[in-house]
Design a protein around this ligand. Structure first.
Ligand SMILES: [Cu+2]
Length: 393
């Protein structure tokens, strides 16, 4: 069987179950925790107010500098306790993603001023690709409620970091380089949790190694994108449209079991995250030379919880950590936020979808631990944690 066929069928089977039987598939997972939840079998409720377009034309389409072709896939991944959980995501076929990514989806990395085309080729059901934080026009930002949902394919077009400049204006825009997070905006709460999100990185015209135009420099080999999130396996048994038909699918009840940084899961012990273990994968852990260029960590809260992030190397003089940007906007003292970079002296708190860029200078040789704790956003209760390391060499 072809790999592709498997992926498509996995997603679509679930969709069909959901569509045909509002009291069945949606509830297999959620039933035990919520006696009062029930889903109405009324597809009109959903279909009546969300505009959909098959394969729409892109208005004012021009030749792109960078192209991405995102195919929707679904597949299972084994969790730290041996359970299989299904994920959905976007895989960039244009740039030959080396393997199908799970948490996060394929990256979109471009240079300030680039005309960018991102084409999605969805499965049978609707998805969009919302360019969160990118100032595209409404037609191209992938919010279905204000534009449309894609049932065929669509090419999103935007100019990276320079949305309002004329195409023939060669002046580099100096305010748009940074760290972003795209995601599907159809049944967003669920589709995001299923894994339909990924990095957008806009480099300045200097290229990777400089945070923004004339901004601080960093060691490209030490740069990491940390999409930090949680997985509630019950949600992963829901259907494509769960909760959109006027009923209650339990999407206000998030009880995460697994915790990860960019798809590398924290080891577990006795059914809970094991605080004695650290994620050592080289796609997450980073190292930098004492006296060399600093490390850049692009952190994104890819979850529904409040995170607190702490670098233990600050306490014992191993690391100096500066917060230099948030949400794709540099802390360079200029408009619109007038924020200055600052040295981290206490845990940084981050809400859902917030991004922070950490510029880290190793001061001494040796590893130090980074701990990101996940807290219930109402009660503050600690739900779990992830740990990794930053090492000075
Ligand atoms: Cu989606």
């Amino acid at each position: 069987m072809k790999d592709d066929d498997f992926d498509e069928r996995d997603d679509d089977d679930r969709d069909d179950e959901d569509f045909d039987d509002g009291h069945g598939a949606d509830h297999e997972g959620a039933g035990d925790r919520a006696g009062e939840q029930h889903e109405f079998d009324d597809p009109q409720f959903y279909f009546s107010f969300t505009p959909k377009i098959g394969s729409a034309d892109t208005p004012g389409k021009v030749k792109p500098d960078k192209k991405f072709e995102m195919k929707v896939y679904g597949r299972k991944k084994e969790m730290p306790d041996g359970e299989d959980v299904e994920f959905w995501g976007f895989e960039d076929r244009e740039n030959r993603a080396r393997k199908k990514p799970i948490l996060p989806s394929s990256p979109i990395r471009v240079t300030e001023g680039d005309i960018v085309h991102v084409t999605i080729k969805p499965a049978k059901r609707q998805h969009t690709l919302h360019l969160h934080g990118i100032e595209s026009d409404a037609h191209n930002d992938g919010v279905g409620h204000t534009s449309f949902e894609v049932t065929g394919s669509y090419t999103y077009q935007f100019r990276a970091g320079a949305p309002f400049r004329a195409l023939d204006d060669p002046t580099p825009q100096t305010r748009g380089a940074g760290t972003y997070l795209y995601h599907c905006h159809v049944n967003t709460t669920l589709h995001f949790q299923m894994g339909m999100y990924g990095p957008i990185i806009i480099d300045p015209t200097e290229g990777p190694g400089t945070a923004w135009h004339r901004g601080p420099t960093y060691d490209v080999d030490a740069e990491r994108y940390w999409a930090v999130g949680e997985v509630d396996p019950t949600w992963h048994e829901l259907g494509h449209q769960a909760g959109l038909k006027g009923g209650d699918a339990g999407l206000n009840d998030f009880r995460p079991v697994y915790f990860h940084i960019s798809g590398e899961f924290q080891p577990m012990r006795n059914g809970r995250t094991d605080p004695a273990k650290v994620i050592s994968s080289e796609t997450v852990a980073s190292e930098g030379r004492v006296g060399g260029e600093p490390i850049l960590i692009r952190y994104a809260n890819a979850s529904y919880t409040r995170h607190s992030i702490w670098f233990e190397g600050i306490d014992d003089g191993h690391l100096r950590v500066e917060v230099i940007a948030s949400d794709g906007r540099p802390f360079d003292g200029l408009a619109p936020n007038f924020a200055e970079p600052y040295e981290l002296t206490e845990p940084l708190e981050a809400a859902a979808a917030e991004r922070y860029d950490f510029l880290i200078t190793p001061l001494r040789e040796g590893p130090s631990t980074v701990t990101i704790r996940s807290h219930d956003w109402i009660s503050g209760e600690e739900l779990g944690l992830v740990k990794t390391t930053i090492t000075g060499t």
